[in-house]
Design a protein around this ligand. Structure first.
Ligand SMILES: Cc1ncc(COP(=O)(O)O)c(C=O)c1O
Length: 471
């Protein structure tokens, strides 16, 4: 492609992008294709000769777009949002144009120094202590792996990195509501998922701290080594909050590594009234949250903060000849995480923070929390619906429970499975579920960048209308 063609087509694509976002509600939120349909529509062999952009773009519209689920639709309520914003998209355009690989300071000083700066800005804005350091990873899963690896190395005085794991009576603790990335991390770092102890949760689905302490005492007595506790500041199913402050005190008392997984809800700490939730954070060791979930920043962008950057670097640094540089006193972020190559993710965060300002981000979060409150009050007035757990910030969990039918819990679970399928098949909304203990519960996080009160009203009307077809 020549630069003149690139110029022409990039303008066409910007027009397409604007139209897409303006008309996003016209698309079925959840893709309606069958498994294999997209694959089968594509040729068996790649083209021998290059094809025109027009032909490629036509196929993009006709063959690829039908298999897209529209995460930026304001009617997308499944899982957690992976929301974007105009400034973030603009920054991504620059990032891909520059195409820098930001593994070391020298490979793009601006990328390294901007990363350090935005990590500090956000650290200070959300109430993480100023002596902590941050790094941007792709995902929270990677932050958690780095955290547990550092815990392992810290315990062995950085020897197991060299000689391998010589013992395996370690234990890692989390609640039974914790995200699966913790179990994956425990497997990857060689501790074994049998040694991940899932502490029972309280009625509100937060970790039962007494049970945690009792388990620790029992394990210490039985010669296990409690290596780390992972607490959740906002679980995935219902955004339940473990007591970060109490768990920090316990971890400190028993000298156990403490990692806080705030992947989704960490963003809420921009609001001052939530900062008390992490007032003991300095007793913890690491904290992860994803601006790519609820902070207007395109996937992928996950901030990982550590109290002691030296321990993280000592765990992960490696210096082959071909990567040696003469610069001193700079961050080479390749030594702060798992992969060598790194995208320039700081740019989109910088664009977002500067466009909205800290006050704009706070306003955006408050709007979502208010909309969730509004939806909660609507559901509370309905006879055929019930709330299944607390409203936690902007997350609502509910189920259909037709008042006249007196169904058993099992029957209600089957009914709600059928209900959510019907809603999602409509193409007008996309919801996902969780189990609130033995209750099949529909999740509705209000965290999409483009959502309005009208979307919430329309979505609720749709939910009520479709419920009549399954009752
Ligand atoms: C609480 C929690 N932790 C961790 C993760 C994993 O996030 P990532 O996809 O960034 O690895 C999620 C994903 O939704 C989550 O909700």
């Amino acid at each position: 492609m020549k630069i003149e063609d690139f110029k022409k087509h990039s303008h066409e694509l910007v027009d397409w992008m604007c139209k897409y976002l303006e008309e996003i509600e016209k698309y079925p939120v959840k893709s309606k294709v069958e498994p294999g349909e997209i694959y089968d529509s594509l040729p068996k062999k790649p083209p021998s000769d290059g094809e025109s952009f027009d032909k490629i773009f036509k196929d993009f519209n006709e063959k690829i777009m039908p298999g897209i689920t529209h995460w930026q639709s304001p009617n997308f309520y499944a899982f957690f949002p992976a929301n974007n914003s105009y400034p973030s998209i603009l920054a991504e355009m620059l990032t891909s144009t520059i195409g820098a690989q930001c593994m070391m300071w020298e490979t793009s000083p601006s990328a390294t120094e901007l990363e350090k700066k935005v990590a500090e800005w956000i650290r200070d804005a959300i109430g993480i202590p100023s002596n902590w350091s941050g790094v941007i990873n792709d995902t929270a899963s990677v932050g958690t792996i780095c955290s547990l690896l550092t815990a392992r190395e810290n315990y062995s005085d950085f020897k197991s990195n060299k000689v391998g794991l010589k013992q395996n009576n370690f234990r890692v603790y989390c609640s039974n509501e914790t995200h699966s990335s913790i179990e994956k991390a425990v497997k990857i770092i060689g501790i074994g998922s049998d040694n991940l102890i899932k502490i029972e949760s309280n009625k509100d689905l937060s970790m039962n701290v007494n049970k945690l302490e009792n388990h620790l005492k029992k394990d210490i007595k039985n010669k296990y080594i409690p290596l780390a506790i992972v607490s959740s500041y906002g679980t995935t199913g219902t955004v339940a909050f473990d007591s970060i402050n109490e768990i920090s005190i316990i971890a400190n008392k028993y000298k156990i590594w403490h990692h806080v997984d705030a992947a989704y809800a960490g963003t809420v700490l921009f609001l001052d009234e939530f900062k008390k939730d992490i007032k003991n954070i300095n007793l913890a060791d690491s904290f992860v949250f994803n601006p790519h979930k609820w902070m207007l920043t395109n996937f992928d962008c996950s901030l990982y903060y550590v109290k002691d950057e030296k321990k993280l670097i000592k765990t992960l640094e490696i210096h082959p000849e071909y990567l040696k540089t003469s610069n001193r006193n700079i961050n080479n972020y390749k030594d702060w995480s798992i992969q060598l190559g790194r995208r320039f993710r700081a740019l989109k965060l910088w664009f977002v923070i500067r466009t909205y300002g800290i006050n704009g981000i706070k306003k955006y979060l408050r709007n979502h929390i208010e909309l969730a409150k509004y939806l909660y009050s609507k559901i509370m007035k309905e006879n055929d619906f019930e709330i299944t757990t607390n409203q936690n910030i902007n997350m609502i969990n509910f189920r259909l429970n037709p008042i006249k039918k007196s169904l058993s819990n099992n029957e209600l679970n089957n009914l709600n499975k059928k209900f959510i399928k019907k809603l999602n098949d409509s193409g007008k909304i996309y919801l996902s579920h969780t189990m609130v203990r033995d209750i099949y519960s529909i999740r509705m996080p209000i965290g999409n960048s483009y959502i309005t009160k009208k979307n919430v009203d329309d979505s609720w009307e749709l939910i009520k209308t479709v419920s009549q077809d399954v009752i």
